[in-house]
Design a protein around this ligand. Structure first.
Ligand SMILES: [Zn+2]
Length: 134
């Protein structure tokens, strides 16, 4: 758990489907509208099944999770930590990867959460979804 970015794989090539002619913004007033992400595109916190998941960006000096790790989900404290030197869409991807760990663990599927390949793919898809919403 916790290793952020794996090698980019080829999974989302040519798979961009789009429902023809239907605008996603016909309905407003959903929770999505109230979402106010930080300027770096990751939230400060979010809720999962009644738990508040805090998202902290940590400087390399205070980072305790090793050099090969850029993000980590800490299930005991319901926290996600992201390394501050990891920026932009990279940080978003690491955040989404860790958020998938969090979702699977909170859903009681820690077995699936240990499948880093699955987590990484779902993380990439989640990042794509969140950054292409209209
Ligand atoms: Zn992981």
């Amino acid at each position: 758990m916790g290793r952020g970015k794996a090698a980019t794989d080829a999974m989302d090539k040519g798979r961009r489907s789009r429902t023809a002619g239907i605008s996603a913004s016909t309905k407003s007033g959903s929770g999505l509208v109230a979402m106010t992400p930080r300027s770096d595109g990751v939230p400060k916190q979010f809720q999962l099944a009644g738990h508040t998941i805090a998202v902290n960006v940590v400087t390399p000096r205070k980072w305790k999770h090793g050099k090969n790790c850029v993000g980590i989900w800490l299930p005991d404290s319901y926290k996600i930590e992201l390394l501050s030197s990891c920026k932009g869409s990279n940080r978003q991807q690491v955040f989404c990867h860790e958020a998938i760990h969090a979702m699977l663990d909170v859903a009681g599927h820690d077995d699936l959460s240990r499948d880093e390949q699955l987590v990484d793919r779902l993380g990439h898809l989640l990042q794509q979804m969140l950054t292409t919403m209209e």
